[in-house]
Design a protein around this ligand. Structure first.
Ligand SMILES: *[C@@H]1O[C@H](CO)[C@@H](O)[C@H](O)[C@H]1NC(C)=O
Ligand SMILES: *[C@@H]1O[C@H](CO)[C@@H](O)[C@H](O)[C@H]1NC(C)=O
Ligand SMILES: *[C@@H]1O[C@H](CO)[C@@H](O)[C@H](O)[C@H]1NC(C)=O
Ligand SMILES: *[C@@H]1O[C@H](CO)[C@@H](O)[C@H](O)[C@H]1NC(C)=O
Length: 410
């Protein structure tokens, strides 16, 4: 039991207060030295909708094949050996931030105790992590950390929208790095900066055929954003809740292993499901380690939904249902707050997103999504990438984002 407590403390180092985020956001103002430079009083989070956004071609996102027919240990070799230096830089940065926040003594626990957690992961995923560890030279604990902390530290926006011809598009911003090292000199989050060079496009293949495409950070093996051509597309957004991650991890360690890790569940869904309904069912039912929002789109005009998951419950918000202040019924916007609740004043990305979706309209939905996902504060200092998907159109476009000042920190 003592070991478990220490492990939880270590995990806490990386998942700083996912459950107490609102308090953290408020207290950060008072406690963090950079607060005054972050919260410039004359930066308004939202003042206009972006127009005619053209994704910059300056970054070429590298593409890799993940061959599921290979032994699990070998699947990630190419990706992670190409990005080895950047993965190490990221882990190093997290270590430093961790020392800064919680004192020097904590990071060694990652190596001491996270391998315990690795032992309990599904065998195939465990072997993949072992393979990545041997290619990068990072410890199994560090690689495991890298693979589970996305479940707790991301703040994102996902939008499903239908054009006037009934074709569905699915857009998302992946925002990551909150509290992990604000750089007061150039007004960026260090961790966010370090993640950008890790962004890769993956083709998961089996029997020499592409099963699905995803956007990953090199070294992370779960699925946060992916499309299965002709079938469905999905993305996940973090959900903050009091009985969230900590309890789930504690139970997992104590042996209640019927719960699923979110980004491994989504990977199972991409691999096993061949329809929107199968995916919806598989994302709704199993008990989870932490609460989350799954955003799902299919190929029929009505195939869009937000699945709000508690650890043991779910509710489905279907395309067609309108949010407060929403005019059109052709889109759904999900950030990090329940649809039936008002977003908090210190992080309202939903209201501007809905306002701009309505304003832009459903003629060219792919363009509308590019504009809205590039509109501040939907776009903010934490945004690492924007992706536009369509299962029906077999589309997956992605580009690395940046948000020059004036820009909201989250
Ligand atoms: C990934 O799939 C796309 C589309 O199917 C293809 O054009 C591309 O060449 C593939 N890339 C790799 C690295 O396999
Ligand atoms: C901001 O600082 C980070 C490192 O702390 C660096 O990687 C990045 O390039 C800097 N950005 C600018 C615009 O100077
Ligand atoms: C995939 O294709 C290669 C040659 O292109 C072939 O040698 C191999 O047997 C194929 N694998 C499967 C599982 O069909
Ligand atoms: C949303 O609608 C309410 C009335 O239903 C209105 O008072 C409020 O100003 C609207 N907010 C925005 C951002 O349009």
């Amino acid at each position: 039991m003592k070991k478990v407590c220490i492990l939880l403390l270590a995990v806490q180092c990386y998942i700083t207060g996912a459950e107490v985020l609102p308090d953290k956001l408020l207290s950060i103002k008072a406690t963090f030295p950079f607060a005054s430079s972050v919260l410039k009083p004359n930066v308004t989070p939202f003042d206009h909708c972006e127009k005619n956004v053209i994704p910059p071609n300056v970054y070429n996102i590298p593409e890799y094949e993940i061959n599921l027919d290979l032994p699990a240990e070998e699947r990630w070799t190419k990706v992670v050996s190409d990005r080895r230096a950047q993965i190490i830089a990221l882990i190093e940065n997290i270590k430093q931030n961790c020392d800064l926040l919680f004192g020097k003594s904590l990071f060694w626990m990652v190596n001491e105790f996270l391998p315990m957690l690795t032992e309990t992961l599904p065998i195939e995923y465990r072997k993949e992590l072992l393979g990545i560890s041997s290619v990068t030279g990072l410890t199994v604990g560090e690689i495991t950390l890298f693979n589970v902390f996305y479940e707790f530290f991301s703040v994102c926006t996902s939008i499903v929208a239908r054009n006037e011809n009934g074709v569905l598009y699915h857009g998302r911003n992946l925002d990551f790095g909150l509290f992990l090292g604000w750089d007061p000199a150039n007004h960026t989050w260090q961790t966010t900066n370090l993640l950008k060079p890790l962004i890769v496009k993956l083709n998961f293949t089996q029997n020499n055929k592409t099963l699905y495409h995803s956007i990953n950070y090199a070294g992370h093996t779960g699925i946060l954003t992916a499309v299965k051509p002709g079938k469905f597309a999905l993305s996940i957004d973090e959900r903050f809740k009091l009985d969230g991650g900590y309890v789930g991890i504690a139970e997992w360690i104590l042996g209640m292993r019927n719960q699923q890790w979110i980004s491994f569940l989504t990977r199972d869904v991409m691999e096993k499901c061949n329809s929107y309904l199968c995916a919806q069912k598989m994302l709704s039912k199993p008990p989870l380690v932490a609460p989350v929002y799954f955003i799902l789109s299919g190929i029929r005009p009505s195939d869009g939904s937000i699945i709000t998951r508690g650890r043991n419950d779910f509710s489905i918000w279907p395309l067609g249902q309108k949010q407060r202040n929403q005019t059109g019924n052709w889109f759904l916007v999900q950030t990090n707050f329940d649809q039936w609740k008002k977003p908090p004043f210190y992080d309202d990305r939903r209201t501007p997103a809905i306002f701009c979706m309505d304003k832009e309209g459903n003629k060219d939905v792919s363009q509308t999504l590019k504009n809205v996902l590039s509109t501040r504060p939907v776009l903010n200092k934490l945004t690492t990438y924007t992706a536009i998907m369509s299962a029906q159109k077999n589309l997956l476009e992605v580009w690395i984002q940046s948000c020059p000042d004036p820009c909201w920190p989250w």
